[in-house]
Design a protein around this ligand. Structure first.
Ligand SMILES: Cc1cc2nc3c(=O)[nH]c(=O)nc-3n(C[C@H](O)[C@H](O)[C@H](O)COP(=O)(O)O)c2cc1C
Length: 267
């Protein structure tokens, strides 16, 4: 399946993590579209997604404080990986974000949940197999347009949505020499969501390639940073695609994650 790049790229700036849902069931047409995507979008066979139409409330474990529990979603998506596969976290992050961006394009609210959930409950509800593990889930539903005071407080009044500047994330080729696709790719990658908004990705720009690495190998809160980096990889590719550049990914050993190499440049 070809990546619907304009549609998903357009969803990048619209997506926000929402943690209070209004409980309305997800419309059947939207569920069908997401389930179809789960079947048809399989960039890596070791990662798959399942749409579950029961409330995930029993899946979530709440935390005290602003990084709170997600409540009231009528459905969720489980992002499942084959634990025997190398680079499974990156692959699951990449796939999961495709589902999240499609849900956003459909007018749905989402919130990735990576550490504070019960994987065994999620695995049962998603029908995970013997060698599979649910690495993360995303709550799915509708959220009120106007944020409640409680939800505002949970996000530190928007603080958890702020991103680092590119200057703090990028090394390599001087910025003045970046072609348009590199700017577009890095700007999109910078906006990716990450657990606790830790933004662990680092980018090294070379001629015709961008390498993604993690800032360090300390996986805080038991959530693999490579999952966040998989999400950023999809954003980076979408930014390149809308600038007319197709590329290929090659997975790398830690602390590096993967390298995107240009395959075709714009005409
Ligand atoms: C892998 C991953 C795991 C996450 N886990 C949780 C979680 O357990 N609880 C939660 O409230 N938010 C969780 N989030 C949401 C992040 O806190 C949020 O994406 C980040 O603060 C950036 O905010 P934004 O999504 O509104 O841009 C997670 C995000 C990712 C990508």
């Amino acid at each position: 399946m070809n990546i619907p790049c304009e549609r998903w790229y357009g969803a990048i700036t619209r997506r926000r993590s929402r943690r209070r849902f209004d409980g309305r069931p997800v419309e059947p047409a939207a569920l069908e579209r997401l389930s179809g995507l789960c079947r048809e979008f399989a960039p890596h066979p070791e990662a798959r997604a399942v749409v579950v139409t029961t409330t995930p409330d029993e899946v979530f474990r709440g935390l005290v404080g602003q990084y709170g529990k997600v409540k009231g979603a009528p459905a969720f998506m489980a992002f499942v990986g084959d634990t025997r596969s190398p680079h499974v976290c990156e692959k699951v992050g990449y796939l999961g974000e495709a589902l999240v961006l499609e849900a956003t394009a459909l007018g749905l609210a989402t919130c990735w949940v990576g550490g504070f959930f019960r994987p065994e409950v999620a695995a049962r509800l998603a029908g995970a197999g013997q060698n599979e593990r649910v690495l993360a889930v995303a709550a799915l539903g509708y959220a009120p347009e106007n944020w409640t005071a409680e939800e505002r407080l949970m996000t530190g009044f928007g603080r958890t949505h702020r991103r680092k500047a590119l200057a703090d994330l990028v090394t390599g080729l001087d910025r003045s020499l970046w072609p348009g696709w590199v700017k577009s790719a890095l700007e999109a990658a910078r906006l990716a969501p990450s657990a606790l908004n830790r933004q662990p990705w680092r980018f090294e720009v070379a001629k015709g390639a961008i390498t993604v690495s993690v800032d360090n190998l300390n996986d805080t809160y038991g959530i693999p940073k490579r999952l966040d980096c998989g999400i950023a990889m999809l954003h980076l590719e979408l930014g390149a695609l809308v600038a007319g550049v197709r590329g290929t990914w090659e997975f790398l050993a830690p602390p590096r994650v993967a390298r995107f190499t240009v395959a075709t440049l714009p005409e």
